[in-house]
Design a protein around this ligand. Structure first.
Ligand SMILES: Nc1ncnc2c1ncn2[C@@H]1O[C@H](COP(=O)(O)OP(=O)(O)OP(=O)(O)O)[C@@H](O)[C@H]1O
Ligand SMILES: [Mg+2]
Length: 259
């Protein structure tokens, strides 16, 4: 990362991104930026390409065109060594991202630390328990995933994604499958971590209450045109977006009228 990177408000800039699986075009000309220390939500209907965009931002799917700048460095143009050093600053929770069932929570959270750090076993153990404390799971380190509720599993996944002290946390549908109360708890946790640790969040979700609770900024991806239709604060977009599909999505499809 560049020395002066902390002065820049944007930590991520996506320019004219073109994403496809082979011949199958998913998104074209996607441009937006994500601000440091803020939560940017990627939203849009099922199949519009949210997870695909996320995969490209975390270095798993090469774009057909365009650039992804992380602290001004082009993620897909640098050599493998530099790419790895960027990716080490990331934490990722994939859609349906599961914990290892045969490992307890401390072991699950320890995995990235064992792989990517030189810390000894005792230090790793302490750090893993500390991360579990951060997500409200102190005392559950010796539990196995099967012994936890859905909400606790999600929080453990978040602890694992935070193991390496990421600058940016990418979460794909973190509250999917949770009841409204646990979903709200997870949203609160995201907001707390953002403020207390200064982490930048990029969160895919199409759950409206979450969108309004966590987003400092959002982008709307449109499956019909395969483009980004809007960027802004969700409450502003709901009222003022020039695109009917954006306003309608944020009103849960309720007919648009100004009253
Ligand atoms: N590995 C793949 N190979 C080919 N096509 C894919 C692949 N993954 C996704 N797709 C297609 O790309 C499009 C976008 O998929 P993606 O998973 O990014 O959507 P999404 O917005 O995350 O949807 P959801 O909200 O259901 O998770 C879909 O039409 C999907 O079928
Ligand atoms: Mg998805």
């Amino acid at each position: 990362m560049k020395e002066d990177s902390f002065k820049k408000p944007s930590i991520l800039e996506v320019e004219n991104l073109n994403l496809a699986y082979g011949e199958y075009q998913v998104l074209e000309k996607v441009s937006f930026s994500a601000k440091r220390g803020k939560c940017t939500v990627l939203m849009g209907g099922s199949g519009c390409g949210k997870s695909t965009l996320l995969k490209s931002m975390v270095g798993l799917l090469a774009p057909k065109g365009g650039r992804i700048l992380v602290d001004t460095i082009d993620l897909w143009a640098v050599d493998q060594e530099e790419k790895t050093s960027i990716l080490k600053k990331y934490g990722v929770l994939f859609q349906g991202g599961a914990l290892w069932g045969s490992m307890n929570l401390v072991e699950n959270v320890s995995l990235p630390l064992e792989t990517y750090t030189e810390l000894n076993e005792a230090e790793i153990n302490d750090l893993a328990r500390y991360k579990l404390n951060l997500v409200g799971l102190s005392g559950y380190g010796d539990f196995y995933p099967a012994q936890l509720s859905g909400g606790m599993k999600k929080r453990a996944g978040l602890a694992r994604a935070m193991a390496l002290d990421p600058d940016i946390l990418f979460l794909d549908e973190p509250s999917a499958g949770l009841d409204p109360i646990n979903s709200h708890r997870l949203d609160n946790l995201i907001n707390e971590l953002k403020v207390s640790l200064g982490i930048t969040f990029i969160v895919v979700t199409h759950e409206l209450p979450s969108i309004f609770d966590i987003a400092d900024d959002s982008i709307f991806l449109d499956g019909q045109t395969k483009t980004l239709l809007a960027q802004g604060l969700p409450s502003d977009l709901r009222e003022n977006s020039e695109h009917e599909r954006v306003r309608s999505f944020l009103r849960r499809g309720t007919p648009i009228s100004k009253n």
